[in-house]
Design a protein around this ligand. Sequence first.
Ligand SMILES: [Zn+2]
Length: 202
Amino acid sequence: MKSYEEITEQLRKPFPPGTVKVSSDGKRGHIPVQVYMSRLEDIAKSQWHWRIIGDPVLNFEKNFVIVKGEITLVDTVRQGLGIAKIAKVDTSSIKNALMTAESEAFRDACDKFKMGWQDLAPYRDWSTSPVFKDISGLHLNEGIVIDNFDPDVHSVMPSVGRECIKCKKQLSHNEELLLSLNGIKFAYCKEHIPQQLIKKQI
Ligand SMILES: [Zn+2]
């Protein structure tokens, strides 16, 4: 087994030329999730672990989804936050948005371990990176930096806010997800959702 120091020293080494994907205006760059993942696999082997924390936050008023996750590396944990727009409220768009948000969260967590910093340095302006803390309901305990994050979106932070039309109970994010995945427009809680409307379990 390697120590945390040995692993991070290797993880932080520059990636091969051409790894950074650059936006068409040449101003922004990112490293694909698969690149981070395979480096973690190669170097940390069984000593790293990724998990999603809690339920995704789905906002169908503003059409975005937030996923929070964390990477455990040996004995050290770093969290990441990812946000993605939901193109429209249907099953595949929501799934796509969830996957994009998870990728962003994963990338964000990798960034906390300083992976790719040397490669991304030319595309970063540290002084103006948007930092946001304590988003209500997410209980973040450290500042989060997301590249290219749209402050107009994060200022409206997330409340789904619908109530079950039968019992008036506030719907959870999972209940909203269940309704969306089944194409159900009305707000039902888990208990009152008509069984014949459920196409599949999630
Ligand atoms: Zn109900």
